[in-house]
Structures are given as C-alpha cells and as structure tokens.
Design a protein around this ligand. Structure first.
Ligand code: IMP
Ligand code: MG
Length: 173
C-alpha cells in the first residue's frame, strides 16, 4: 500500500520559489546567466522559477540518471542528455528538484566544469540532508527536509506523481 501524506502546499512552494528567484535576480544582476535544469524532476520547478526571475536567462537541460526504478540510489550516475549551450565564461545555475545523497550533483558539477564556465552554483527545490554522502554546496534551497521519499511537483516514484501540484511524502507500508 502507498499513502500520500501532504508535506508542502502549492502556496508554500510558490512563496519560497518567489523568494529564491528574487535573490537570484539580485545576485546575478547585469551578468548573463545560464540556467541548467536536471531532467526530469526539475522541469516544473525550473518553469516556475525562471518566470519569477527578473533578469534575462538562457535555459538548457541535462539528464542525469541515477535512480532507475526504486527509491534508493544505485550510486551510479550517467548523463543521458548533455548541455547544448556554450557555457564557457558564463555564470551557470544548476536547478535540481531535490538533492539527496549529493552524488548526482557532484558528478554533474565535474562534468560542467570541463566546459570552463565562470561560476557554477546550485539551486534546489528541496534539500534533503539526512543521507548526504558527498560534500556539495547548495547555494539556493527553497525548502530543507530531513528525510523521507517525496513526490509531486516534478518528483516521481517510478514515473508516477510528477503532475501533482503540491509535495507529498510517499509512505510505503
Ligand atoms: P542524489 O544523487 O542522491 O542527490 O539524488 C538526486 C536525484 O535522486 C534527484 O534529482 C531525484 O531525481 C532523485 N531523488 C532523490 N530523493 C528523491 C525523493 O525523495 N523523491 C523523488 N526523487 C528523489
Ligand atoms: Mg532529479
């Protein structure tokens, strides 16, 4: 049996996204910014975030596959879609749905750094810290969560629940 327990309301996500977008707009004022979303989970958050950012941005996506089917990390990460925009000398903001072990992000940051960007920072909707294995700096986090498997607003479990407008804790029982 799977049970969905409400964790974050739509309004709470809207408010935190607006606040983070304001901060990003101010931090990168006058600098060209490339926003790189991590597919698939970040697609809804990125869409809402860039519409609230008030400076011009370029948008690209990478696809990092780390989990496969299931709720625990396989530890193996590969990029199944690379970046298309030339990021050399530019400021890059990686947008994630959730940072869990940090392994995906560490791998991704190393990949992106090969293209010689000026800076690379991280923005995540959810910073889930209990299982962190890799030292990654999360520069912007909308919400900090200790543990649990979360779905909705882009986050999935075996490709289900991405379309939910709010965030839920998926309880396996
Ligand atoms: P990490 O490499 O362990 O930090 O995992 C990052 C990726 O795992 C995220 O981008 C998600 O796609 C997935 N993930 C981690 N925790 C959750 C969760 O609670 N719900 C859904 N996906 C998750
Ligand atoms: Mg993801």
């Amino acid at each position: 049996m799977l049970e969905l327990i409400p964790v974050l309301k739509r309004e709470e996500i809207e408010a935190s996204t607006a606040s983070v977008a304001r901060q990003i707009s101010s931090d990168y004022k006058g600098r060209p910014l490339v926003v790189v979303g991590v597919l698939k989970g970040a697609f809804i958050f990125l869409a809402d975030l860039v519409r609230r950012i008030t400076i011009p941005v370029q948008v690209d996506f990478v696809r990092a596959a780390s989990y496969g089917a299931g709720a625990t990390s396989s530890g193996k990460i590969k990029l199944t879609k690379e970046i298309d925009i030339d990021i050399a000398g530019k400021d890059v903001l990686v947008v994630e749905d959730i940072v869990d072990s940090g392994l995906t992000l560490t791998y991704l940051m190393d990949c992106l750094k090969q293209f010689k960007p000026e800076t690379v920072r991280v923005c995540t909707l959810l910073d889930k810290y209990e299982r962190r294995q890799s030292k990654v700096k999360v520069d912007y986090a909308c919400h900090t969560i200790e543990k649990g498997f979360l779905v909705g607003y882009g986050l999935d479990y075996n490709e289900a629940y991405r379309e939910l407008p709010a965030i839920y804790h998926l309880k396996f029982q």
